[in-house]
Design a protein around this ligand. Structure first.
Ligand code: UMA
Ligand code: ADP
Length: 446
């Protein structure tokens, strides 16, 4: 088998390892020149894998059997186009890894909450099974984790729409779809194209598999006929479908018309907001259906802490609470953050605009916020949306915005960085933005 691997980031390097392990004849391709690759990539390539810059690889494509592509590569890429033209087989890294995967797959997708829910699922499964492996969009390539897997292995995979675009036979024994709201408008022409990629998570499932779905997500509802697996629903709003529901202070699982099981107590969760209860519900259903005892599910949920940069409590200064939700880079995640507070929110919105419709936040902002603080590259366009509707303040940088709030917010306020924008105007990524936010707040406390 002759394989070409396109993109030499995490996925590509994982794919290469798997190719080498299987003694495939392999070539490595990237849009960067060799000199621009990271030292780690260069080191990885030294194991006798010939490297070609994209343009220089084109003439070699006629000799390959398979092109494996990384998720972040746009489909108008010249190598993909050429391979298509030559009638070559093209698959994504997830599909390639799946061909070598033994054991069970629990896959999680959605527009928001993937990483949080994947971490909860991993912790629940780890509490009961011996060989549980975490992989996918969470930062660990699936291709790296499939090596030496056995029938006893359980894979917990976070999957993005990019990864789900290029699957063929990939099958999840349990698939969770958390929600479908607009994101990645820069990659997809239509919202429907994005949804179709996400729905692919159910593509190869059959009646022996499980599909765990948000009960009241209108977009997901449209795709229900596509799902062949046994459906289990979850929602923090009342419902009577098979799946997880809230009664009083507890979450129960309705297994069928006769049997109900207690899953967990809401107060035992250390996560804030109804969206996180739903993430825990989805994860608990997955655990239960796959044989994790209720007690172990409850113990895992009790001990889990919110992940960094996801509605993370930072500190209280003079009665003002500060929250870091730097990972909230689309409208729905900000809405969910707002729903986690009743009033007195000082909302920090800004950064690099991803094409979001900020006006969709208006209702919740009016109900729960004291003011909107706009910062960064998108500050003027955000201000225009909210001006005259609520008090607004504008700052060139996030640092200035935060320092002003440290000195001026009032006792009982919640200063919430939930920016609805990417971070790249001022920071390397959302992690750096969140870390800086925490640094400025914590410095002021001392
Ligand atoms: N490249 C080309 N040609 C191109 C474009 C890129 O050769 O036209 C090369 C780049 O030079 C680089 C490599 O491709 O060397 C990067 O590939 P990639 O963008 O697919 O990134 P990876 O490092 O392989 O990381 C990917 C996921 N990245 C994306 O989907 C953009 C990681 O998710 C994931 O953790 C990793 O695989 C392991 O599974 C990150 C992400 O941002 C966290 N995901 C998006 C999100 O969460 O919103 C979807
Ligand atoms: P993803 O991996 O899908 O980006 P994360 O768990 O990293 O999801 O969370 C990203 C943002 O979405 C954070 O601001 C977080 O508070 C918010 N969030 C988490 N779960 C949900 C959910 N179920 N619905 C909407 N927003 C959510």
């Amino acid at each position: 088998m002759r394989v070409a691997v396109l993109g030499l980031g995490l996925s590509g390097m994982g794919t290469l390892k798997l190719c080498l392990k299987n003694n495939f004849e392999t070539i490595a391709i990237d849009k960067k020149d060799f000199s621009e690759l990271s030292n780690e990539t260069k080191k990885g390539l030294k194991r006798n894998v010939p490297f070609y810059q994209e343009r220089k690889s084109l003439k070699l494509l006629q000799d390959i059997d398979l092109l494996v592509i990384s998720p972040g590569i746009p489909k108008d890429n010249i190598v993909i186009q050429k391979a298509k033209h030559l009638g070559k087989k093209i698959i994504g890294e997830i599909e390639f890894a799946f061909r070598f995967c033994r054991g069970k797959v629990i896959a999680i997708t959605g527009s928001n909450g993937k990483t949080t829910t994947t971490s909860i699922v991993f912790s629940i499964f780890k509490s009961h099974f011996g060989d549980v492996r975490l992989a996918g969009n969470i930062g660990i390539p699936f291709s790296e984790t499939v090596i030496n897997s056995t029938e006893e292995t359980i894979f917990v995979l976070e999957l993005s729409s990019f990864q789900l675009e290029d699957i063929e036979n990939f099958r999840a024994n349990t698939a969770i779809l958390l929600n479908l709201t607009p994101d990645h408008q820069d990659r997809y022409e239509k919202f429907e194209d994005y949804c179709r990629a996400k729905i692919n998570i159910f593509k190869n499932q059959n009646r022996s598999d499980f599909a765990i779905i948000n009960r009241f997500d209108e977009t997901i509802s449209k795709y229900k006929p596509f799902i062949k697996a046994q459906k289990f629903f979850f929602s923090s709003a009342p419902h009577k479908s098979k799946g997880a529901y809230i009664k009083g202070n507890c979450v129960y699982l309705k297994k069928n018309s006769k049997e109900t099981e207690k899953l967990f107590e809401i107060e035992s969760l250390k996560f804030k907001g109804p969206h996180n209860i739903e993430n825990a519900m989805a994860a608990a259903i997955a655990g239960f259906l796959n044989g994790v005892p209720g007690e172990k599910i409850q113990n895992s949920l009790k001990t889990l802490l919110p992940l960094e940069h996801r509605l993370e409590y930072v500190s209280t200064i003079n009665g003002v609470e500060f929250y870091n939700d730097s990972k909230a880079t689309n409208i729905d995640s900000v809405k969910k953050a707002l729903l986690s507070f009743d009033k007195n929110v000082v909302l920090l919105l800004g950064g690099k605009d991803k094409g979001a419709n900020f006006a969709d936040l208006e209702d919740e902002v009016k109900k729960r916020c004291k003011k909107v603080v706009c910062f960064g590259a998108a500050r003027q366009s955000i201000r225009k949306v909210f001006e005259g509707k609520i008090r607004t303040e504008c700052f060139k940088t996030l640092k200035e915005a935060v320092e002003f709030q440290i000195n001026n917010a009032e006792k009982g306020d919640f200063v919430l960085l939930s920016p609805a924008c990417a971070s790249f105007d001022e920071f390397k990524n959302f992690e750096e933005r969140g870390k800086k936010f925490k640094e400025w707040v914590n410095k002021a406390r001392k």
